[in-house]
Design a protein around this ligand. Structure first.
Ligand code: ZN
Length: 146
């Protein structure tokens, strides 16, 4: 079950994607995981995304299905991350993935948490800082509730 914060983020992402017409932040690796196949080509249409898998026939996938699926994947990935206290005053937290030892600083920008990872930076270009949420940000929000 989604928390209030996560629901808010998800609904914002969906509504912003809808308002911005064809602008949709799609990560090829996330889409591959969501659809369970390797992706050769993607085209974002008005209400759907046309996907050409490396093997098999092209198909259409609804944008809402992709947004909700991406959020669920990020939320699941956030569960294995550990959130550590800030190391300096400009840091909100340090999020560490124990599996691969990657770590990302969560910083504050005009009161909004920001992450330095590629996923966040891609979302930020389209949706802005306040509506972007990577797995590290979701892990950080989750740590605030405990
Ligand atoms: Zn991140």
């Amino acid at each position: 079950m989604m928390s209030q914060v996560e629901t808010l983020i998800a609904s914002k992402l969906v509504s912003d994607a809808e308002q911005q017409g064809i602008k949709l932040v799609i990560s090829r690796s996330l889409l591959s995981r969501l659809l369970g196949c390797r992706i050769k080509k993607i085209e974002v249409w008005a209400y759907v995304v046309w996907v050409l898998p490396e093997r098999g026939s092209p198909r259409f996938v609804s944008r809402n299905h992709i947004w909700n699926g991406f959020h669920e994947i990020r939320k699941k990935e956030a569960q294995v991350l550990s959130v550590h206290p800030p190391r300096h005053s400009s840091e909100l937290a340090l999020v560490v993935n124990a599996c691969n030892s990657f770590s990302f600083s969560i910083l504050s920008e005009n009161g909004h948490p920001v992450c330095e990872c590629i996923d966040f930076q891609r979302q930020r270009e389209v949706l802005g800082v306040e509506h972007s949420a990577c797995k590290h940000i979701l892990a950080y929000y989750s740590s605030l509730r405990t």
